[in-house]
Design a protein around this ligand. Sequence first.
Ligand code: GCU
Length: 681
Amino acid sequence: FVTDSYHCWLQYRKIENADKYTNIASTISVALQSVVIDSAVNELKIALKSMLDIVPTVQQSVEDESSIILGTYESVNLNNYGISPKLFDDLNEEGYLVKTTDDNRQVLLIGKTDKGALYAAFHFLRILQQEESLIGLEIRETPKNQLRMMNQWDNMNGSIERGYSGNSIFFNDNDFTKDLARIKDYARLLSSVGINAISINNVNVWEVETKLLTKEFLPKVKEVATILRSYGITTYLSINYASPIELGNLPTADPLDKEVEKWWARKAEEIYSYIPDFGGFVVKADSEGRPGPFTYGRGHVEGANVLARALQPFNGKVVWRCFVYNCLQDWRDRKTDRARAAYDNFKPLDGQFLDNVILQVKNGPVDFQVREPISPLIGAMKETNQVVEFQIAQEYTGQQKDVCYLVPQWKEILNFDTYADGEGSTVKSIVDGSHYNYSHSGIAAVSNIGNDINWTGNTLAQANLYGFGRLTWNPDLSTEEITDEWIQLTFGHDPKVVEVLEFILLQSWRTYENYTAPLGVGWMVNPNHHYGPNVDGYEYSKWGTYHFADCKGIGVDRTMKTGTGYVGQYFGPNAERYNSLEDCPDELLLFFHHVPYTHKLHSGETVIQHIYNTHFQGVEEVETFIKKWNELEGKVENWVFENVKERFQLQLENAMEWRDRINTYFYRKSGIADEKNRTIY
Ligand code: GCU
């Protein structure tokens, strides 16, 4: 690692009782040549040196006696090892086999392609890092999701939209960074958890970033793509929909204009002359003031398809974001419901997008709140490729000051049954493409990294990056499995360290929810930067994010009869459940219903008492985190200890501010006292 400081989960700690591994690490036989294979060899060398103090001999041919055999199922003579090539039949091109020979003296790292071999190498190293046995190993893996994508929200001036870990590792001073070495380290981290695609610039594409598509910057995009490619990662760019005007001097960017169509086609050709395996475009159009087809009286279909036609000859894709809503709403207007927007805009267009268009849908209908229902658009379009978008960056979940481990949230989302196509239409089966047989689909997320020495601001936020990658590869991994892996790879095996970290991480999402906006109502944050409480911060704004609290009650009525009808976008039992005051789950109650403060929850508490209880409890939980973390002094690297300790102080202040503001606000509004008589101001 160039920073020589922080390697996240790839630090490859020294293994103390390494005897069981030393024989197997002496030689690597490489069965084919490619840049991706070179990365695998490189990684094995770094890791074996670091963990076992062994520098393996590398042979550029398969020596039968070699301890590690690295290659593809076509380049290695599998019969020599008693393996049938049939084992690879049902693996896709990124799949692999990790297998020890019968005498357990050799390990085979065999990919369906070279990418699979790289993933096999990372898997093998994970086994060593966890100090597991290699005896009788036979692991076959294939990624469940085709597109496993990272979205950087990096601007070329070096800032990161919603970045909480320093500046961009890609850009600086309106150009690419001079030293691209850190990008390689990032590629290693991403590849080690299975990420295979990345868009390197912010979805909001400003003036300089628009020019990424020109010869001024394409040579540098190419350089970056070359680094990423060697780790099996495909490069995408976010584009400005008005590029034909801004770069091409055309009078319009109307997608049905012949000159515009030609311009995009030529542009695609130019890009692919630099980067033959360029992934395609990520597009935020007609969203939060960004240009799009609406300006020309056209819709998303025409808008996306013109790009798709340009990219199609090169196998490129258009990732078209569905974050489209009226961001100039009058708060007096009680009819418009922002939550409805994605579905209302896109559902009617099902079947009209070209096959290389993928719609990217945020996991919730509003915007990455700590608790939201699942977007009803997911699964609602049988004939249109979809990916779900998560936010690893903790914009609304503590901004990497507060700990908020999101893997449990993502698991809940992926396991959610949409009933869009009857029972069993889970989000994971939609986005892995299996349910509707999508040709392209997967999971994308907003990255949480920057040039901070530990990448993610709060060191514990690395767990979100790790967990996201692992889940995109296999959404069926359990939260506990992923969490334990991350802890052991990053911190080693001290049972006390494992226990404390497990406790903090697994509790942290609920804790964050406890001291912030209650029962799914969302927001209540400071406008613009979105950190810290401000109950009415968005209540009279144009953004469509309201809670409607008055002296009697709170919540947004989204039911069929008396509300905005949003619940009608759900299918089958979900629509019924959310529509019913009795059946609606407590944690989403205020997202779907406006209720009096005295309304009784399933838990038996009233809404107001729940607000008081959870807010006192949230702070107590943070105090417990701090107590437990302090027990790790001397057991984790000192600077990591201090980094997390310092962040916990900020979290505690934040939690107390939330507790007191929320409790006081609702006490003053409702006039109802806390049953337990605790301090409210
Ligand atoms: C949120 C976020 C913006 C971002 C937008 C998006 O609204 O606050 O910074 O640009 O999402 O996803 O496009």
